[in-house]
Design a protein around this ligand. Structure first.
Ligand code: MG
Length: 247
């Protein structure tokens, strides 16, 4: 179901978004060889609670942690634990914070120490794909315009978008309508209206688009290729897209 938000609600969502983003950026500064993903998770939970917010993901669908830590061939929903970051890895971090009942959802992929030019390019293409998707989040466009912009750019670089997982509406629940796929045909899908808030989140594989999901929820590429993930929570307003997950 698509639930439109008032300006007042969007203002609260911007606070949730700022907390999630600040958490994400601080984790980005902690990313280095030798760090365990469980240490990043502990920091995230402490930080989010210190801001008067709650860790959105913890307990959601049974997920046990505050953040998702998805390394290399892990696409999304990596579970923090004893995994150690090593020089040359890439690590996608996804953060959700709930503030005064509203959710902010944001993700980014970070290099661990020095990484290969190929890995850096995958990160950069995914980041740019998100930017291009956000540009399409304007009143009068349709959901398919967002996915089309993302997939066209990704394919031009020889990569593929994950089709089994998608962005989503966000509000009092982390997952509301509409679904926001990272592919689509222009002019198709739900009409974008003022007051919609959506999480746009390209998941980009260096190889094929097929993925495998494990019982603990973590998702990996079927061909073992590396994958990157970026996400912002975006409000659709009369003045264009407004990114709520910014500091
Ligand atoms: Mg999301």
């Amino acid at each position: 179901m698509i639930i439109l938000k008032t300006d007042e609600e969007i203002a609260v969502m911007a606070k949730a978004g700022r907390i999630a983003r600040e958490c994400l950026l601080r984790i980005g500064e902690m990313v280095r060889p030798g760090v365990k993903t469980k240490d990043l998770d502990r920091f995230a939970e402490d930080f989010i609670r210190s801001q008067g917010a709650l860790p959105t993901f913890k307990g959601l669908y049974g997920f046990p942690a505050t953040i998702c830590t998805s390394k290399n061939e892990v696409v999304v929903h990596g579970v923090p634990g004893e995994t150690v970051l090593e020089e040359g890895d890439i690590i996608a971090i996804d953060v959700g914070a709930t503030y005064q009942g509203f959710v902010g959802d944001t993700a980014a992929t970070f290099p661990v120490g020095e990484v290969s030019p190929e890995a850096l390019k995958l990160i950069e293409v995914t980041r740019k794909a998100l930017e291009l998707g956000i540009e399409q989040a304007v009143v009068g466009n349709r959901i398919g315009d967002i996915g089309h912009a993302i997939e066209t750019y990704v394919r031009r670089h020889g990569y593929s978008v994950v089709k089994d997982y998608a962005g989503h509406g966000v509000g009092r629940s982390m997952h509301e309508g509409p679904t926001v796929p990272n592919y689509g045909r222009p002019g198709t899908g739900a009409l974008l209206r003022k007051g919609m808030v959506i999480a746009i989140e390209p998941m980009v594989n260096a190889g094929g688009s097929a993925v495998v999901t494990f019982p603990d929820m973590h998702v990996v590429t079927k061909d073992g290729s590396w994958s990157a993930h970026f996400e912002h929570t975006v409000a659709i307003t009369e003045n264009g897209p407004v990114c709520l997950t910014v500091v």
